[in-house]
Design a protein. Structure first.
Length: 231
C-alpha cells in the first residue's frame, strides 16, 4: 500500500473544476485524483479531503485549499502543474492486541424493510436514528443527538467484528454532512460522518484488508479511508 498527501495547483484547473474543488464535489475530486493513476481503468484508491491550513506544519506554505490523503496499491504519478504527491509505502507489522489511534470518514447506512418493496432500502444511520426518536416521541434535542451519535458508533463497532478490530471506547463522532451530486447522468445522495478514537487489533490479517479496501459504502466519493497511528 502507498499513502500519499496530495496538493493541488489551482492554476491547472479551469473555472468549473476549481469551483467543484472548492465546493468539495466528491465525484469531481475522484475524477481529479484519478489522473494520478493513468494506467488503471478501474478505481484502485481511497481518498479523504482535508484543508491544507489544518494539515500542514508551520513553514509549509499552507493555503486555504483542499488537500487529499490517498491510499493506493501502486504509487501515484505526479501531474506537473496540477497534482503533487508526497508518497510513502505502508507495510505495517501488526499483532493481535495492538492499539491504534484512528480517523475515519465513512458513510454509515442501515437496511430497512419497507412495505410494498421487494428489497430492503438503505438509510443514513443518523437520520434513521432520528426517525426512530420521532416514532418513540423523544423530543429532547440533546437526547436525540446522543441517540444519533450512539447509532453511528454502533455501526462502526459492528464493522469491527468482520474487520479485525474492536473499539477501545466510544469514538468521537462529528462532521456529519449530506452530499448531493450527479454522476453519469444520475443523482447520487449519501451522507458522511467523521470518527476519531482508539481501536485494538483483533485479527491483523483482516484489519490490513480493511485498511487496503476501505470501510463502508461510497468509497469512490471520499469515504472509507481509515488513517491510523500507534496509540
Amino acid at each position: 500500500m502507498f499513502l500519499s498527501r496530495v496538493r493541488v495547483a489551482p492554476e491547472g484547473l479551469d473555472r468549473g473544476a476549481l469551483l467543484a474543488l472548492l465546493a468539495g464535489d466528491a465525484y469531481g475530486n475522484h475524477q481529479l485524483l484519478w489522473q494520478l493513476f493513468t494506467e488503471r481503468q478501474e478505481r484502485n484508491f481511497l481518498f479523504r479531503q482535508e484543508i491544507e491550513s489544518e494539515q500542514l506544519a508551520p513553514g509549509e506554505e499552507a493555503r486555504g485549499l483542499p488537500l487529499f490523503y490517498v491510499l493506493s496499491d501502486e504509487p501515484p504519478v505526479n501531474v506537473p502543474g496540477l497534482l503533487q504527491a508526497e508518497t510513502k509505502e505502508l507495510a505495517p507489522h501488526l499483532e493481535t492486541g495492538d492499539r491504534l489511534a484512528f480517523r475515519l470518514r465513512a458513510n454509515p447506512t442501515v437496511a430497512r424493510k419497507e412495505e410494498g418493496r421487494k428489497h430492503s432500502v438503505r438509510h443514513d444511520v443518523l437520520m434513521d436514528a432520528k426517525l426512530q426518536c420521532q416514532r418513540a416521541e423523544v423530543t429532547d434535542s440533546s437526547e436525540i443527538q446522543a441517540r444519533m451519535e450512539q447509532a453511528a458508533s454502533s455501526w462502526l463497532n459492528q464493522r469491527g467484528g468482520g474487520g479485525g478490530f474492536q473499539l477501545a471506547a466510544q469514538p468521537q463522532v462529528s462532521g456529519y454532512r449530506q452530499h448531493f451530486l450527479r454522476s453519469k447522468g444520475r443523482d447520487i445522495r449519501f451522507s458522511s460522518v467523521d470518527y476519531e478514537g482508539v481501536l485494538s487489533v483483533s485479527n491483523p490479517e483482516q484489519f490490513l484488508k480493511v485498511l487496503a479496501q476501505g470501510l463502508g459504502r461510497s468509497r469512490a466519493f471520499g469515504c472509507g479511508l481509515m488513517l491510523v497511528r500507534r496509540a
